[in-house]
Design a binder for this molecule. Sequence first.
Ligand code: SRM
Ligand code: SF4
Length: 601
Amino acid sequence: MRYTHLAASVAALHATSALQLDHAFAFAPAPAVGRSRALSLKVPTGTSFLSEETIERAKTGNPIEKLKLAKDGTSAFTDVYEIAKAIRAGTLTWEEVEKNDMDQRLKWVGLLHRGKRTPGRFMMRLRTPNGIVTAEQMRFYAECVEPYGPEIGVVDITTRQNIQLRGVALEDADKIIDGLHVRNQTSFQSALDNVRNMVGSPLAGIDPAELVDTRPYCDALNDWYTIDSATGARGNPKWGNLPRKFNIAISGSRDDYAHTHINDIGLVPVAHKETGAMGFNVVLGGYMSIKRVAASIPMDLWLPAEVEHSVQLCDAILRIFRDEGARGDRQKARLMWLVEEYGVEKFREAVLAEMAKNGAKLATLAQRAQPEPETLFERRELLGVHAQPNPALVRVGVHVPVGRLSADECRTLAKLADEYSAGELRLTVEQNIILPNVPVERVDALLAEPALNAGRFSVYPGHIIGHTVSCTGAQFCGLALVETKNNADAVARKLEALVEVPRPLRIHWTGCPNSCGQVQVADIGIMGAPAKKFNEAEGKDKAVPGCDLFVGGKIGEHAFLSLEPYKKGIPLDHDDLVPELVKIIVSKFGGRKKEGTKPLA
Ligand code: SRM
Ligand code: SF4
């Protein structure tokens, strides 16, 4: 049986499901904003906001454009309730859900069908603005994934300081969404043609070298993007039909922990040369993909550090991108292509005109980019124990191997946060955790906790293990050429045992050229790729899982993307890969073989 999209029956179903929640998920009272979408007969869709001209281009556009015109992605805001309810009632199975809803439109509520690896099960991508989560939210994540078992019921910290829940069955999705909404979080509009998690500084508000506290910016931008201003509900049709994904990052210090250079919009904090007022230089168009990897380019605009201005800026850029961005070739649809089509100066003019139309003050718009500081600055470490402005408090960075958490581990982190950091946890784009505001007199007790010594977590994991990042890879991702997370963790441990390095060594793994694991920013990047190896039994070379290696990416001030592979087609077998990596670590990063290990081949 196929389900039908009848808004009235959806409304009835939703009303019932809100009343008949079982006790699988614990709920708190609903907050005033960010509640789940109230259903009505006539709701605007993403396409309702497009001009005739844009719709015409979409009609002859790529298959995703046609799919969105046939039925809007925003339909998922309500369909998810209908589908979940029907599956629970036994009147629908997941196999009967319309294929484009299953594999594409449900992405508008953050549900990504992992059809190739775990048919019928979803990854649910959340939005955690500035990467801040509470102990209570951590426990909720554990509760959500636990029923799916330890193999697929896991939680990942992502490279956008965000959370993904795994193993999710459709019949539970509506309850998880409601559970997130009452906790003032959402999974809405987190995948496909939507703006991703707002990335900020993981040290916001606790940093002696802070230039801007990024928290209010990330929160305001998250709400601007996901809350429908007409209804106050999560799910904003105004941005329901963009031409492509879109990334926004706000840096809070000279460290650029948010990676502004690889985001479509990056706000880089810098003081005004004459007035000394704090503000942001705006950079545009950074992105990574199979076909092209590009660092951001300066927009030559400085905005005073006011939340209102940053929302006006993003609103203007996103409106232009929504209506004018390419709807044909998806490989040429990211913001950079539109900026290049305009030319930076003309694009700047168009954005400022739009901001002025929306009420931005002219004095705000008149400023050109301000000079960035030239004094030496070393990007600071996030793991370990570090001072905060208040001498009575410290931050403690905890390594979470390749960002993967079991349900039990989520609860362990929640307990640590409750006991030592007033229930707060910070996520980093390196897929780790920071416990903020730990009282100095409690640090020894925290460092002695069994969870930080006997399990997978640690505060001092070592220069290599502690700085290994990995995308999802073949365990769950259908685009992956290789398995990444297990390999990344195992190889890091082997390298740590073999070599000493004088500083943290950032090794990033990514399972395919989409580069979700950002290999181009890494000291050493490992990207899944074809390789061949001599097969003894057959007496000839045979295709094996392999990788290309990238060397020399830089982050922070003067960031640099390593665009060309340093070496291609290395078999992923650790006997082949590890010696290659040791050679690179010794020759390029001042590494030294440890005593008692075999000499290099
Ligand atoms: Fe990504 C597509 C996972 C950060 C570039 N990314 C995917 C999909 C959705 C593909 C799929 O359907 O399976 C992956 C889901 C796998 C899964 O089951 O988790 C996926 N991307 C991830 C995550 C989870 C990697 C991780 O383990 O941390 C990251 C989630 C971030 C988040 O919380 O939203 C993730 N992806 C990135 C980044 C890094 C960043 O944002 O700094 C990039 C490069 C930056 C960028 O986007 O410019 C990135 N992902 C892509 C691309 C290439 C984009 C393009 O313009 O072509 C794709 C493919 C696409 O969009 O067509 C992609
Ligand atoms: Fe999947 Fe490729 Fe992204 Fe890794 S880089 S999560 S393999 S799309």
